[in-house]
Design a binder for this molecule. Sequence first.
Ligand SMILES: Cc1cc2nc3c(=O)[nH]c(=O)nc-3n(C[C@H](O)[C@H](O)[C@H](O)COP(=O)(O)O)c2cc1C
Length: 373
Amino acid sequence: MTTPTLFTPTQVGGLSLANRIVIAPMCQYSAVDGCMTDWHLIHLGHLALSGAGVLTIEATAVVPEGRITYGDVGLWNDATEAAMKRVLDGVRAYSKMPIAIQLAHAGRKASTELPWTGGKQIAAADANGWQTEAPSALPFAEGEAAPHALTRARMDEIRDAFAEATRRAARLGLDAVQIHAAHGYLLHEFLSPLSNTRDDDYGGSLDNRMRYPLEIFDAVRAAFPADKPVTVRVSGTDWVDGGWDVDGTIAFAKALEARECAAIHVSSGGLDPAQKIPVGPNYQVPLARAVKATVSMPVVTVGLITDFEQAEAIVATGDADMIALARTILYDPRWPWHAAAALGGRVRAPNQYLRSQPHRFKDLFDEADDDTY
Ligand SMILES: Cc1cc2nc3c(=O)[nH]c(=O)nc-3n(C[C@H](O)[C@H](O)[C@H](O)COP(=O)(O)O)c2cc1C
Protein backbone atom coordinates (compact mmCIF):
# COMPACT_ATOMS: atom_id res chain seq x y z
CA MET A 1 0.00 0.00 0.00
CA THR A 2 1.38 3.48 -0.80
CA THR A 3 1.86 5.80 2.14
CA PRO A 4 -1.05 8.19 2.52
CA THR A 5 0.00 11.82 2.03
CA LEU A 6 -0.98 12.61 5.62
CA PHE A 7 1.75 10.25 6.81
CA THR A 8 4.53 11.36 4.48
CA PRO A 9 7.31 13.36 6.13
CA THR A 10 7.62 17.07 5.46
CA GLN A 11 9.86 20.04 6.24
CA VAL A 12 9.14 23.37 7.88
CA GLY A 13 12.31 25.31 7.21
CA GLY A 14 15.06 23.19 8.74
CA LEU A 15 12.64 21.19 10.90
CA SER A 16 11.66 17.67 9.79
CA LEU A 17 8.17 16.45 10.67
CA ALA A 18 7.28 12.75 10.55
CA ASN A 19 3.82 13.51 9.14
CA ARG A 20 1.41 16.33 8.21
CA ILE A 21 -0.54 16.42 11.49
CA VAL A 22 0.01 19.55 13.58
CA ILE A 23 -1.29 19.91 17.13
CA ALA A 24 -2.72 23.44 17.22
CA PRO A 25 -1.95 25.75 20.14
CA MET A 26 -4.55 25.46 22.89
CA CYS A 27 -4.70 27.68 25.97
CA GLN A 28 -5.19 25.68 29.14
CA TYR A 29 -5.81 28.60 31.55
CA SER A 30 -3.91 26.60 34.15
CA ALA A 31 -0.77 28.63 34.76
CA VAL A 32 0.03 30.56 37.93
CA ASP A 33 1.64 33.97 37.39
CA GLY A 34 2.51 32.81 33.87
CA CYS A 35 4.23 29.65 35.16
CA MET A 36 3.30 26.27 33.71
CA THR A 37 2.03 23.74 36.27
CA ASP A 38 1.69 19.97 36.54
CA TRP A 39 -1.42 20.28 34.37
CA HIS A 40 0.83 21.27 31.48
CA LEU A 41 3.05 18.26 32.12
CA ILE A 42 0.02 15.96 31.90
CA HIS A 43 -1.59 17.79 28.98
CA LEU A 44 1.51 18.29 26.81
CA GLY A 45 2.87 14.92 27.93
CA HIS A 46 -0.06 12.95 26.61
CA LEU A 47 -0.28 14.98 23.39
CA ALA A 48 3.44 14.32 22.85
CA LEU A 49 2.62 10.59 22.72
CA SER A 50 -0.11 11.07 20.12
CA GLY A 51 1.95 10.40 16.99
CA ALA A 52 1.38 13.87 15.48
CA GLY A 53 4.16 15.62 13.55
CA VAL A 54 4.57 18.61 15.86
CA LEU A 55 3.10 19.87 19.12
CA THR A 56 2.46 23.60 19.55
CA ILE A 57 2.50 25.07 23.04
CA GLU A 58 -0.48 27.32 23.76
CA ALA A 59 -0.52 31.11 23.27
CA THR A 60 2.29 32.21 25.55
CA ALA A 61 2.31 35.83 26.60
CA VAL A 62 5.46 37.88 26.13
CA VAL A 63 4.40 40.40 28.82
CA PRO A 64 1.93 39.88 31.72
CA GLU A 65 -0.54 42.33 30.14
CA GLY A 66 -0.53 40.18 27.01
CA ARG A 67 -2.31 37.27 28.69
CA ILE A 68 -5.92 36.57 27.75
CA THR A 69 -6.59 35.46 31.32
CA TYR A 70 -4.66 35.40 34.58
CA GLY A 71 -4.30 31.63 34.00
CA ASP A 72 -2.34 32.00 30.76
CA VAL A 73 1.21 30.79 30.29
CA GLY A 74 3.94 33.41 29.92
CA LEU A 75 7.60 33.54 29.02
CA TRP A 76 8.67 36.93 30.31
CA ASN A 77 11.04 36.26 33.21
CA ASP A 78 13.28 33.61 34.77
CA ALA A 79 10.44 32.08 36.81
CA THR A 80 8.22 31.46 33.76
CA GLU A 81 11.21 30.09 31.84
CA ALA A 82 12.16 27.72 34.70
CA ALA A 83 8.58 26.45 35.01
CA MET A 84 8.45 25.74 31.28
CA LYS A 85 11.84 24.01 31.43
CA ARG A 86 10.58 21.65 34.13
CA VAL A 87 7.58 20.68 31.99
CA LEU A 88 9.62 20.35 28.79
CA ASP A 89 12.25 18.21 30.52
CA GLY A 90 9.48 15.84 31.60
CA VAL A 91 7.82 15.69 28.20
CA ARG A 92 11.07 15.31 26.27
CA ALA A 93 12.28 12.49 28.47
CA TYR A 94 9.64 10.30 26.82
CA SER A 95 8.92 11.88 23.44
CA LYS A 96 10.92 13.10 20.47
CA MET A 97 7.99 14.95 18.93
CA PRO A 98 9.17 18.42 17.84
CA ILE A 99 7.72 21.16 20.05
CA ALA A 100 6.84 24.65 18.83
CA ILE A 101 5.66 27.56 20.96
CA GLN A 102 3.11 30.20 20.05
CA LEU A 103 4.21 33.64 21.28
CA ALA A 104 1.39 36.09 21.80
CA HIS A 105 -0.01 39.35 23.08
CA ALA A 106 -3.78 39.41 23.57
CA GLY A 107 -4.19 43.17 22.97
CA ARG A 108 -7.68 44.45 23.75
CA LYS A 109 -8.93 40.89 24.40
CA ALA A 110 -6.71 40.52 27.48
CA SER A 111 -7.77 40.66 31.14
CA THR A 112 -10.69 38.25 30.99
CA GLU A 113 -12.10 35.54 33.23
CA LEU A 114 -11.30 31.90 32.48
CA PRO A 115 -13.71 30.42 29.90
CA TRP A 116 -15.25 28.10 32.48
CA THR A 117 -15.94 31.00 34.85
CA GLY A 118 -17.67 33.06 32.16
CA GLY A 119 -14.85 34.54 30.08
CA LYS A 120 -15.97 38.14 30.65
CA GLN A 121 -13.59 41.10 30.72
CA ILE A 122 -12.20 41.85 34.20
CA ALA A 123 -11.98 45.57 35.00
CA ALA A 124 -8.46 46.90 35.48
CA ALA A 125 -9.22 47.78 39.11
CA ASP A 126 -10.57 44.32 40.02
CA ALA A 127 -8.62 41.29 41.22
CA ASN A 128 -6.92 39.43 38.36
CA GLY A 129 -7.58 42.33 35.96
CA TRP A 130 -5.33 44.89 34.28
CA GLN A 131 -5.45 47.75 31.80
CA THR A 132 -5.60 46.40 28.25
CA GLU A 133 -3.63 47.89 25.35
CA ALA A 134 -4.22 47.85 21.58
CA PRO A 135 -3.46 49.81 18.39
CA SER A 136 -6.47 52.09 19.00
CA ALA A 137 -8.70 52.82 21.99
CA LEU A 138 -11.59 50.75 20.65
CA PRO A 139 -13.11 48.05 22.88
CA PHE A 140 -13.68 44.55 21.48
CA ALA A 141 -17.31 44.28 22.57
CA GLU A 142 -19.98 46.75 23.61
CA GLY A 143 -19.86 47.49 27.32
CA GLU A 144 -16.17 46.60 27.67
CA ALA A 145 -13.60 49.14 28.87
CA ALA A 146 -11.53 50.62 26.05
CA PRO A 147 -7.87 49.61 25.73
CA HIS A 148 -5.11 52.21 25.89
CA ALA A 149 -3.83 53.09 22.42
CA LEU A 150 -0.20 51.99 22.26
CA THR A 151 2.47 54.65 22.19
CA ARG A 152 5.47 54.11 19.93
CA ALA A 153 7.58 53.62 23.09
CA ARG A 154 5.28 50.85 24.37
CA MET A 155 5.26 49.25 20.91
CA ASP A 156 9.05 49.09 21.15
CA GLU A 157 8.81 47.47 24.59
CA ILE A 158 6.40 44.83 23.32
CA ARG A 159 8.56 44.17 20.25
CA ASP A 160 11.59 43.74 22.53
CA ALA A 161 9.53 41.43 24.76
CA PHE A 162 8.73 39.23 21.75
CA ALA A 163 12.47 39.05 21.01
CA GLU A 164 13.35 38.32 24.64
CA ALA A 165 10.73 35.55 24.88
CA THR A 166 12.15 34.12 21.65
CA ARG A 167 15.64 34.02 23.18
CA ARG A 168 14.16 32.16 26.16
CA ALA A 169 12.42 29.75 23.75
CA ALA A 170 15.77 29.15 22.04
CA ARG A 171 17.43 28.51 25.40
CA LEU A 172 14.69 26.00 26.19
CA GLY A 173 15.58 24.13 23.00
CA LEU A 174 12.17 24.64 21.43
CA ASP A 175 12.07 23.58 17.80
CA ALA A 176 10.02 26.42 16.32
CA VAL A 177 8.36 29.71 17.22
CA GLN A 178 4.92 30.60 15.93
CA ILE A 179 3.89 34.26 16.15
CA HIS A 180 0.20 34.67 16.99
CA ALA A 181 -1.24 37.19 14.52
CA ALA A 182 -4.76 35.68 14.49
CA HIS A 183 -8.05 35.59 16.41
CA GLY A 184 -8.37 39.29 17.19
CA TYR A 185 -5.30 39.55 19.41
CA LEU A 186 -2.76 42.36 19.27
CA LEU A 187 -1.08 41.74 15.92
CA HIS A 188 -4.36 40.96 14.18
CA GLU A 189 -5.72 44.19 15.73
CA PHE A 190 -2.98 46.06 13.86
CA LEU A 191 -3.84 44.30 10.59
CA SER A 192 -7.59 44.88 10.62
CA PRO A 193 -9.01 48.30 9.70
CA LEU A 194 -11.86 47.60 12.13
CA SER A 195 -9.56 47.69 15.16
CA ASN A 196 -6.76 49.92 13.84
CA THR A 197 -7.69 53.57 13.27
CA ARG A 198 -4.22 54.97 13.94
CA ASP A 199 -3.14 58.03 11.98
CA ASP A 200 0.60 57.37 12.24
CA ASP A 201 2.83 55.05 10.17
CA TYR A 202 1.06 52.02 11.67
CA GLY A 203 -2.52 52.72 10.56
CA GLY A 204 -4.44 53.54 7.38
CA SER A 205 -2.97 51.80 4.33
CA LEU A 206 -2.43 48.04 4.19
CA ASP A 207 1.34 48.59 4.24
CA ASN A 208 1.02 50.68 7.38
CA ARG A 209 -1.24 48.14 9.13
CA MET A 210 1.20 45.33 8.30
CA ARG A 211 4.21 47.34 9.51
CA TYR A 212 4.15 46.46 13.22
CA PRO A 213 3.39 42.74 12.77
CA LEU A 214 6.30 42.61 10.28
CA GLU A 215 8.57 44.42 12.75
CA ILE A 216 7.65 41.80 15.34
CA PHE A 217 8.42 39.06 12.81
CA ASP A 218 11.84 40.57 12.09
CA ALA A 219 12.65 40.88 15.80
CA VAL A 220 11.63 37.28 16.50
CA ARG A 221 13.42 35.93 13.43
CA ALA A 222 16.62 37.71 14.46
CA ALA A 223 16.39 36.32 18.02
CA PHE A 224 15.92 32.64 17.08
CA PRO A 225 18.67 30.36 15.74
CA ALA A 226 18.86 30.76 11.96
CA ASP A 227 18.42 27.01 11.33
CA LYS A 228 15.15 26.85 13.28
CA PRO A 229 11.80 27.94 11.81
CA VAL A 230 9.71 30.96 12.73
CA THR A 231 6.10 30.69 11.51
CA VAL A 232 3.02 32.89 11.75
CA ARG A 233 -0.62 32.14 12.53
CA VAL A 234 -3.10 34.48 10.85
CA SER A 235 -6.81 34.96 10.57
CA GLY A 236 -7.54 34.74 6.85
CA THR A 237 -10.62 36.96 7.25
CA ASP A 238 -12.58 38.78 9.95
CA TRP A 239 -15.84 37.48 8.41
CA VAL A 240 -17.11 41.09 8.66
CA ASP A 241 -17.69 43.47 5.73
CA GLY A 242 -14.95 46.09 5.58
CA GLY A 243 -12.65 44.04 7.81
CA TRP A 244 -9.42 42.11 7.28
CA ASP A 245 -9.84 39.78 4.32
CA VAL A 246 -8.15 37.18 2.19
CA ASP A 247 -6.51 39.75 -0.11
CA GLY A 248 -4.84 41.37 2.90
CA THR A 249 -3.84 37.93 4.14
CA ILE A 250 -2.19 37.11 0.82
CA ALA A 251 -0.26 40.40 0.85
CA PHE A 252 0.82 39.71 4.45
CA ALA A 253 1.83 36.14 3.59
CA LYS A 254 3.97 37.36 0.69
CA ALA A 255 5.68 39.96 2.89
CA LEU A 256 6.33 37.29 5.52
CA GLU A 257 7.72 34.86 2.97
CA ALA A 258 10.12 37.54 1.73
CA ARG A 259 11.38 37.75 5.35
CA GLU A 260 12.01 34.00 5.58
CA CYS A 261 8.87 33.00 7.37
CA ALA A 262 8.97 29.18 7.33
CA ALA A 263 5.22 28.45 7.24
CA ILE A 264 1.87 30.16 7.57
CA HIS A 265 -1.05 28.76 9.54
CA VAL A 266 -4.37 30.11 8.27
CA SER A 267 -7.20 30.29 10.78
CA SER A 268 -9.93 32.98 10.80
CA GLY A 269 -12.13 35.31 12.81
CA GLY A 270 -11.95 36.46 16.40
CA LEU A 271 -11.65 40.19 15.81
CA ASP A 272 -15.22 41.39 15.89
CA PRO A 273 -18.31 40.02 17.67
CA ALA A 274 -20.29 40.84 14.48
CA GLN A 275 -18.47 38.05 12.59
CA LYS A 276 -20.63 35.64 10.60
CA ILE A 277 -18.63 32.43 10.31
CA PRO A 278 -19.89 29.70 7.97
CA VAL A 279 -18.90 27.01 10.46
CA GLY A 280 -18.72 23.47 9.09
CA PRO A 281 -16.16 20.84 8.13
CA ASN A 282 -13.26 22.41 6.16
CA TYR A 283 -14.74 25.90 6.55
CA GLN A 284 -11.29 27.50 6.62
CA VAL A 285 -9.71 25.36 3.89
CA PRO A 286 -10.61 27.82 1.06
CA LEU A 287 -8.61 30.50 2.90
CA ALA A 288 -5.56 28.22 3.09
CA ARG A 289 -5.97 27.27 -0.57
CA ALA A 290 -6.05 30.94 -1.61
CA VAL A 291 -2.87 31.68 0.33
CA LYS A 292 -1.16 28.52 -0.92
CA ALA A 293 -1.76 29.60 -4.52
CA THR A 294 0.45 32.65 -3.97
CA VAL A 295 3.33 31.52 -1.75
CA SER A 296 5.76 28.62 -1.74
CA MET A 297 6.20 28.25 2.02
CA PRO A 298 4.12 25.47 3.62
CA VAL A 299 0.53 26.35 4.49
CA VAL A 300 -1.35 24.83 7.43
CA THR A 301 -5.14 24.65 7.59
CA VAL A 302 -7.31 24.09 10.65
CA GLY A 303 -10.90 24.01 11.80
CA LEU A 304 -13.37 21.18 12.22
CA ILE A 305 -11.12 18.58 10.68
CA THR A 306 -12.33 15.45 12.39
CA ASP A 307 -12.33 12.57 9.90
CA PHE A 308 -9.31 10.66 8.63
CA GLU A 309 -10.38 10.70 4.96
CA GLN A 310 -11.21 14.40 5.25
CA ALA A 311 -7.70 15.16 6.52
CA GLU A 312 -6.07 12.98 3.87
CA ALA A 313 -8.08 14.65 1.08
CA ILE A 314 -6.96 18.13 2.17
CA VAL A 315 -3.26 17.31 1.95
CA ALA A 316 -3.55 14.91 -1.00
CA THR A 317 -5.30 17.50 -3.18
CA GLY A 318 -2.76 20.12 -2.14
CA ASP A 319 -5.29 22.52 -0.60
CA ALA A 320 -2.82 22.75 2.28
CA ASP A 321 0.48 21.12 3.19
CA MET A 322 -0.52 20.21 6.73
CA ILE A 323 -3.66 19.99 8.83
CA ALA A 324 -3.89 21.18 12.42
CA LEU A 325 -6.14 19.70 15.07
CA ALA A 326 -7.37 21.32 18.28
CA ARG A 327 -10.66 20.04 19.75
CA THR A 328 -10.36 16.84 17.70
CA ILE A 329 -7.13 15.81 19.39
CA LEU A 330 -8.27 16.89 22.86
CA TYR A 331 -11.22 14.57 22.40
CA ASP A 332 -9.13 11.75 20.97
CA PRO A 333 -5.43 12.13 21.77
CA ARG A 334 -4.67 8.98 19.75
CA TRP A 335 -6.32 10.46 16.61
CA PRO A 336 -3.06 10.12 14.60
CA TRP A 337 -2.83 6.42 15.54
CA HIS A 338 -6.42 5.86 14.48
CA ALA A 339 -5.86 7.83 11.26
CA ALA A 340 -2.75 5.77 10.48
CA ALA A 341 -4.67 2.56 11.08
CA ALA A 342 -7.57 3.66 8.88
CA LEU A 343 -5.48 5.10 6.02
CA GLY A 344 -2.56 2.67 6.03
CA GLY A 345 0.09 4.93 7.57
CA ARG A 346 2.56 4.39 10.39
CA VAL A 347 3.21 6.31 13.60
CA ARG A 348 5.80 6.14 16.32
CA ALA A 349 4.59 4.89 19.65
CA PRO A 350 6.41 4.67 22.96
CA ASN A 351 7.83 1.28 23.82
CA GLN A 352 5.57 1.14 26.83
CA TYR A 353 2.53 1.15 24.51
CA LEU A 354 3.76 -1.10 21.70
CA ARG A 355 1.66 -4.03 22.91
CA SER A 356 -1.50 -1.98 22.37
CA GLN A 357 -1.28 -2.48 18.58
CA PRO A 358 -4.51 -4.17 17.54
CA HIS A 359 -3.87 -7.50 15.78
CA ARG A 360 -5.53 -6.31 12.61
CA PHE A 361 -3.07 -3.40 12.23
CA LYS A 362 0.22 -5.26 12.45
CA ASP A 363 2.25 -2.52 10.76
CA LEU A 364 0.94 0.47 12.64
CA PHE A 365 3.94 1.32 14.77
CA ASP A 366 7.41 2.29 13.62
CA GLU A 367 10.11 0.66 15.67
CA ALA A 368 11.39 2.95 18.40
CA ASP A 369 15.15 3.38 18.17
CA ASP A 370 15.67 3.78 21.91
CA ASP A 371 13.54 4.15 24.98
CA THR A 372 11.97 7.41 23.90
CA TYR A 373 10.14 7.87 20.64
C1 LIG B 1 -9.27 24.85 24.36
C2 LIG B 1 -8.83 25.66 23.19
C3 LIG B 1 -7.80 26.57 23.34
C4 LIG B 1 -7.32 27.31 22.25
N1 LIG B 1 -6.24 28.13 22.40
C5 LIG B 1 -5.65 28.68 21.31
C6 LIG B 1 -4.39 29.32 21.41
O1 LIG B 1 -3.75 29.33 22.46
N2 LIG B 1 -3.90 29.90 20.28
C7 LIG B 1 -4.55 29.85 19.08
O2 LIG B 1 -4.05 30.38 18.10
N3 LIG B 1 -5.74 29.20 18.97
C8 LIG B 1 -6.28 28.59 20.03
N4 LIG B 1 -7.43 27.87 19.89
C9 LIG B 1 -7.99 27.67 18.55
C10 LIG B 1 -7.50 26.33 17.96
O3 LIG B 1 -6.07 26.32 17.84
C11 LIG B 1 -8.14 26.01 16.60
O4 LIG B 1 -7.74 26.98 15.67
C12 LIG B 1 -9.65 25.96 16.65
O5 LIG B 1 -10.12 25.31 17.82
C13 LIG B 1 -10.23 25.25 15.42
O6 LIG B 1 -9.71 23.93 15.31
P1 LIG B 1 -10.57 22.63 15.79
O7 LIG B 1 -11.85 22.67 15.01
O8 LIG B 1 -9.70 21.44 15.46
O9 LIG B 1 -10.81 22.78 17.25
C14 LIG B 1 -7.94 27.16 20.98
C15 LIG B 1 -9.01 26.26 20.85
C16 LIG B 1 -9.44 25.51 21.92
C17 LIG B 1 -10.55 24.50 21.71
